[in-house]
Design a binder for this molecule. Structure first.
Ligand code: ZN
Length: 285
């Protein structure tokens, strides 16, 4: 782990000092070798968090984008007593899980169930050699985009892309990280019509959003906007009905209540995929 407790304070591993695990409370010793990233290891084998994976530079880089008090947070379900250590838990309650290694579907389901709707996955798309090429091929195959947006509807061809196939069973957004030269790709949960959509997301914007540094906008606002655009695309008749009944009556119609009304506009959504410099310039006006 990156952190251990020393006199109740979260500290990174340093030679010559011992700490206490912030998950299980057992003693930990620092490992400060040249090969692996500096970390803490339990002094004796114990039943700590069995979901924990050995950390790579990739994990550390991602965690480092967030305040240290948000990193490695013990998250307990008080109803069952089960606990796990979240990679990052933001001040808005989102749990960001950075997944580098392959995860069996039952393990993924267990984590989805444990963290619920506040979970956000960030998956290392560079771990397996062919993931990026099969993902690019799946994108190429997919021609359908929601008009005026960068939201792409995935075709049935997805079955040939292991990454998309593996992660398509999540009911929370999954972000694929294919390296710093390309945007993150956000895979949205399956819709009621069993379709799936993906959306490019600039890494810097993802980080700024969670850190509350994108002009007061927050991650949930963008999620709501994405869901509403997709919903409207799949259910144009309901949107027309909603607009019509809005004109007919001052009372909020039932259909309207089913459509999430975003606090953001389409312009905000499209700025998510643009470089921050331009975006901030625009917002400053
Ligand atoms: Zn432990």
């Amino acid at each position: 782990m990156k952190f251990a407790l020393i006199d109740g304070e979260k500290r990174e591993a340093e030679r010559g000092i011992n700490g206490v695990c912030l998950g299980c409370g057992q003693l930990m010793r620092p490992v400060c070798g040249a090969i692996r990233v500096r970390h803490w290891r339990h002094k004796v084998d114990c039943d700590c968090d069995h979901w924990w994976e050995n950390e790579t530079e990739w994990h550390r880089e991602w965690k480092g984008y967030f305040p240290s008090e948000w990193q490695e947070v013990r998250h307990k379900d008080y109803a069952t007593g089960e606990w796990h250590i979240a990679d990052v838990k933001t001040d808005r309650g989102y749990v960001l899980e950075f997944q580098h290694s392959f995860l069996k579907s039952e393990e993924r389901k267990a984590r989805n169930d444990f963290y619920g709707e506040n979970l956000v996955w960030v998956v290392d798309g560079t771990k397996r050699k062919k993931d990026r090429s099969s993902f690019d091929a799946a994108l190429k195959e997919t021609k359908q985009m929601i008009p005026n947006t960068s939201i792409v509807k995935l075709s049935a061809f997805v079955g040939d892309c292991p990454l998309l196939r593996d992660w398509s069973d999540c009911n929370v957004p999954v972000f694929f990280d294919f390296g710093s030269d390309v945007p993150l790709w956000c895979l949205m949960p399956k819709t009621a019509k069993k379709s799936q959509y993906i959306f490019p997301y600039l890494r810097q914007n993802f980080i700024s959003l969670h850190n509350g540094l994108l002009n007061g906008k927050c991650f949930s606002d963008f999620n709501t906007l994405l869901f509403s655009k997709i919903f409207a695309h799949e259910n144009p008749e309901l949107v027309v009905a909603a607009k019509h009944s809005q004109i007919q009556s001052k009372q909020p119609p039932i259909v309207r209540r089913q459509i999430m009304v975003p606090r953001l506009s389409l312009r905000d959504l499209n700025y998510l995929v643009r470089p921050p410099r331009r975006q901030f310039k625009k917002y400053r006006k």
